[in-house]
Design a protein around this ligand. Structure first.
Ligand code: FES
Length: 93
Protein backbone atom coordinates (compact mmCIF):
# COMPACT_ATOMS: atom_id res chain seq x y z
CA UNK A 1 0.00 0.00 0.00
CA UNK A 2 0.95 3.58 -0.57
CA UNK A 3 -0.18 6.87 0.97
CA UNK A 4 -0.84 10.12 -0.86
CA UNK A 5 -1.49 13.41 0.91
CA UNK A 6 -3.16 16.26 -1.00
CA UNK A 7 -1.91 19.04 1.25
CA UNK A 8 -4.03 21.75 -0.41
CA UNK A 9 -7.21 19.87 0.51
CA UNK A 10 -6.07 18.25 3.74
CA UNK A 11 -6.89 14.85 2.22
CA UNK A 12 -4.90 11.69 2.93
CA UNK A 13 -5.59 8.43 1.06
CA UNK A 14 -4.27 4.90 1.34
CA UNK A 15 -4.01 3.46 -2.17
CA UNK A 16 -2.61 0.36 -3.88
CA UNK A 17 0.98 0.60 -5.15
CA UNK A 18 1.31 1.99 -8.68
CA UNK A 19 -1.94 3.99 -8.52
CA UNK A 20 -2.33 6.94 -10.87
CA UNK A 21 -2.46 10.30 -9.11
CA UNK A 22 -5.18 11.59 -11.45
CA UNK A 23 -7.49 8.70 -10.61
CA UNK A 24 -6.90 9.16 -6.89
CA UNK A 25 -7.52 12.91 -7.16
CA UNK A 26 -10.78 12.30 -9.03
CA UNK A 27 -12.01 9.77 -6.51
CA UNK A 28 -10.99 11.90 -3.53
CA UNK A 29 -12.51 15.01 -5.13
CA UNK A 30 -9.24 16.84 -4.60
CA UNK A 31 -9.02 20.37 -6.04
CA UNK A 32 -5.98 19.62 -8.19
CA UNK A 33 -7.16 20.95 -11.57
CA UNK A 34 -6.94 18.95 -14.79
CA UNK A 35 -7.29 20.04 -18.36
CA UNK A 36 -5.99 17.95 -21.25
CA UNK A 37 -4.77 14.98 -19.19
CA UNK A 38 -2.29 14.43 -22.01
CA UNK A 39 0.78 16.31 -20.78
CA UNK A 40 0.27 19.42 -22.85
CA UNK A 41 -1.66 22.14 -20.95
CA UNK A 42 0.15 22.19 -17.60
CA UNK A 43 -3.07 22.71 -15.59
CA UNK A 44 -2.29 19.76 -13.33
CA UNK A 45 1.09 21.06 -12.17
CA UNK A 46 1.80 20.10 -8.58
CA UNK A 47 4.67 20.48 -6.16
CA UNK A 48 6.02 17.38 -4.47
CA UNK A 49 6.73 18.24 -0.83
CA UNK A 50 7.75 14.76 0.24
CA UNK A 51 8.44 11.40 -1.40
CA UNK A 52 9.63 12.29 -4.92
CA UNK A 53 11.50 8.98 -4.90
CA UNK A 54 8.17 7.20 -4.49
CA UNK A 55 6.73 8.58 -7.73
CA UNK A 56 7.08 7.24 -11.25
CA UNK A 57 10.09 8.55 -13.19
CA UNK A 58 9.99 11.94 -14.90
CA UNK A 59 9.00 11.57 -18.55
CA UNK A 60 10.07 13.74 -21.47
CA UNK A 61 6.62 15.29 -21.84
CA UNK A 62 6.84 16.64 -18.29
CA UNK A 63 10.17 18.29 -19.06
CA UNK A 64 8.68 19.78 -22.25
CA UNK A 65 5.68 21.28 -20.42
CA UNK A 66 7.28 22.29 -17.11
CA UNK A 67 10.90 22.91 -18.04
CA UNK A 68 13.88 21.26 -16.39
CA UNK A 69 14.21 24.02 -13.77
CA UNK A 70 10.71 23.38 -12.40
CA UNK A 71 11.29 19.63 -12.45
CA UNK A 72 14.44 20.21 -10.40
CA UNK A 73 12.41 22.29 -7.94
CA UNK A 74 10.02 19.36 -7.41
CA UNK A 75 7.18 20.11 -9.80
CA UNK A 76 5.42 17.32 -11.70
CA UNK A 77 2.38 16.83 -13.92
CA UNK A 78 -0.44 15.25 -11.96
CA UNK A 79 -1.97 13.69 -15.06
CA UNK A 80 1.20 11.72 -15.82
CA UNK A 81 2.46 10.34 -12.53
CA UNK A 82 1.83 7.29 -10.38
CA UNK A 83 2.75 6.56 -6.81
CA UNK A 84 4.95 3.45 -6.69
CA UNK A 85 4.75 2.83 -2.94
CA UNK A 86 5.43 4.59 0.34
CA UNK A 87 4.27 8.12 1.15
CA UNK A 88 3.99 11.16 -1.09
CA UNK A 89 2.85 14.65 -0.10
CA UNK A 90 1.79 17.04 -2.86
CA UNK A 91 0.47 20.59 -3.10
CA UNK A 92 -1.47 22.16 -5.96
CA UNK A 93 1.05 24.12 -7.92
S1 FES B 1 -3.93 18.00 -17.40
FE1 FES B 1 -2.92 19.01 -19.05
S2 FES B 1 -0.83 18.61 -18.62
FE2 FES B 1 -1.86 17.47 -17.08
Amino acid sequence: MAEIVFESDNISKQVPDDSKIAAIADEAQATLPFGCREASCGACRLLVLEGMENLSDVIEDEVDVLGQDKINEGYRLGCQISIKSGKVVIRNG
